[in-house]
Write a protein that binds this ligand. Structure first.
Ligand code: ZN
Length: 431
């Protein structure tokens, strides 16, 4: 029997829409050749010969997608949080990323990153490397080993990075990108390249245009940052004076993508009506980074407005401006941020519900990878098994209540096993 065909039994929870969480107490979820066949109260006859793994009272939820995380920043997560974006970049981020010119340093640092990503709630991630080809290939090698499915980008930056973190010019940056793409061509199954212009202040007009062209020629997706911080937005307006908004500046360089080849834009904290229209028209994804946006005093993105407008949204940790790769914690901060937006900024914008945030962490970001993020039939089988037995309570709790409790108080929820496309990529040795 195939290793990627089996049945899991336990407390199952997943989203079928943003408005509800479907649950099964002691239910079954079936995986055949890495593809989910659905969840059931009683196991259908046709699956009775498959190997059954009974997880008892443990919870089984879909793997989560971290839509925006910086691997080389993992080493300084949780420190330097008194700065705002531009100071934070020049004081902490750029000096750290410059160290990745040293492949031995990169190798060691990425081992910690890849190992911790394997152990957390994410089964998929979209990752920034640095501008260094060798280090980025090393990162891809290590992520491939984890069994997780990722997009990884060699960063483009030919201005405002300082002497140690700046490519010579647009031509050199584009050539390095082509060299990187050739070096990894056909090498990976789980790890895909994504074009990664850091943000407009880091990339000359020629470089941005070149990346737009490369994306079209090779059908490659793009990730970048948009409207995170007010000083950054003012700077972009100076750099691209003909633009009508920051998103329009990306549009002018042909880097906003298409629904078939969608661009991810991290943050969108200060995106107004025009940027919302542009994001929607291009089928772009917003990577919502609530933890990061609080830490760097950037603000709160009005996710309710984006949701209502039908824009694609996923959640993201944005380490190291976000303090950890824990997507459950990211869900919590997303909820709290949306409540404060409602209370302090705009009472027309209702807070996100727990159901909506669970949906964004699983299906919202998962959809960037295709049919990913739920236990509906036909979806790729990514699952996380969670032991919450240490969370003592006198109450009899529903599966939905246990998931919510885990989000608001995650300290005692332990990941037991993690599956990606039906392959077990992690198992806890402590429980
Ligand atoms: Zn970022």
């Amino acid at each position: 029997m195939k290793e990627t065909s089996f049945v899991l039994r336990g407390g199952i929870a997943f989203s079928e829409s943003p408005h509800g969480i479907t649950t099964y107490y002691r239910g079954y979820v079936v995986c055949v050749d890495g593809i989910c066949q659905g969840a059931f109260t009683d196991l259908p006859e046709e699956y009775k010969d498959l190997k059954l793994y009974d997880y008892g009272e443990r919870l089984i939820i879909p793997g989560m997608t971290d839509l925006h995380v910086h691997a080389p920043q993992y080493s300084f997560r949780g420190i330097g949080m008194d700065a705002e974006l531009l100071e934070w970049l020049s004081t902490y981020t750029f000096p750290e990323e410059a160290k990745y010119a040293d492949i031995e340093y990169a190798k060691k640092a990425y081992e910690y990153f890849a190992d911790d990503l394997k152990r957390c709630f994410s089964s998929r991630a979209v990752v920034f490397g640095t501008m260094h080809n060798e280090a980025t290939i090393e990162l891809m090698n290590q992520l491939e080993e984890t069994g997780l499915i990722t997009y990884v980008g060699k960063v483009n930056m030919d201005r405002n990075g300082g002497v140690d973190l700046e490519e010579k010019d647009a031509e050199a940056s584009l050539q390095a990108t082509i060299d990187w793409l050739e070096a990894i061509d056909g090498k990976f199954v789980n790890t895909k390249p994504i074009l990664t212009p850091r943000f407009i202040p880091s990339c000359s007009d020629d470089l941005m245009r070149g990346i737009g062209k490369l994306s079209k020629e090779r059908n490659l997706r793009i990730q970048s940052h948009l409207s995170e911080n007010v000083s950054e937005i003012a700077w972009v307006k100076e750099l691209v004076p003909e633009s009508t908004s920051y998103a329009n500046a990306y549009e002018l360089f042909d880097t906003m993508g298409t629904p078939e080849c969608p661009t991810i834009m991290a943050h969108c904290v200060h995106s107004g009506e025009e940027e919302m229209r542009i994001l929607k028209e291009h089928g772009a994804y917003i990577a919502h980074c609530a933890d990061s946006n609080m830490n760097l005093t950037s603000g709160i993105a009005p996710i309710r407005k984006f949701l209502d407008a039908g824009i694609n949204i996923g959640l993201a940790t944005d380490v190291a401006a976000g303090s950890s790769m824990n997507m459950i914690k990211t869900m919590l901060i997303t909820l709290q941020a949306s409540k404060m937006y409602y209370r302090l900024v705009d009472q027309e914008v209702k807070p996100l519900t727990f159901e909506e945030v669970f949906y964004l962490a699983t299906v919202g970001g998962g959809s960037y990878f295709g049919k990913v993020g739920t236990f509906k039939k036909g979806y790729e089988f990514d699952a996380v098994v969670i032991d919450d037995s240490k969370m003592f309570s006198m109450r009899d709790m529903s599966i939905r209540e246990r998931i919510e409790r885990m989000c608001y108080n995650d300290a005692d929820a332990i990941i037991k096993d993690k599956y990606v496309r039906g392959k077990k990529v992690f198992t806890s040795t402590t429980i």
